[in-house]
Write a protein that binds this ligand. Sequence first.
Ligand code: PGA
Length: 254
Amino acid sequence: MSKKLIAGNWKMHLSVDDSRSLAEGVATSVADYTDSVDVVVCPGTVAITEVSRALKETPVQVGAQNIYHTDEGAFTGETSAVQIKDHAEYVITGHSERRQIFHETNEDVARKVAACIRSEMTPILCVGETGYERDHGETTQVINDQLATCLTMLVASDVEAMVVAYEPVWAIGTGENAKPDDVSRAVATIRSTIKEMFGEKSSQGTRVLYGGSVKADTAGSYLDLEGVDGLLVGGASLDENEFVSIVERASNGG
Ligand code: PGA
């Protein structure tokens, strides 16, 4: 069983000062659990250097919420993996908010995933179906299509070292939890698609998370599922006590 990973996605919340305080609070409160759980916080880009400095001597790692796929150039307003890599170990890619609000395609996500790997960061690739796709029985197809394109620029060893998060779009920020059985099915789909594309070793090595309205009182029902290696937590990661309870639950055998 791989070490569980709990990642908090702070989205476009918190000032730089508030981000630093939350990061410091989390680092202190999770200190007893980080031998058995990997903990990552993903602040807004403006706070990333400050948070990374605050967490330097702690086991809590930093993730970026987005990068641009080119390493350098005239791309006003964008931030590259090369610029972020000294401050973050992980990058969230393919989040449904980026896909839906900013119209990122699977091809865009594939380039971002490749850029993370070029800069030796770990992508957390989000995949998942919309409510409409779920209601039309398209979940498996959607996940397969997303993985087929988003992983296309990688080799097996890249995939083994990365993270895939199953994030059904209808469960994100809605309070509507996915049923554990559905998560199990989706995680099995993710692993079997990776197996077809890259072989058994990659399919077992890739860490697969669940994300979507996870709270301290629901975390256990996902962490107990076979094949689920952790959680990507949005809203609940802004509340230190709630987030730390989720980390604590993951340390109790998951
Ligand atoms: P949520 O967000 O926990 O607030 O639903 C999850 C995510 O967007 O990764």
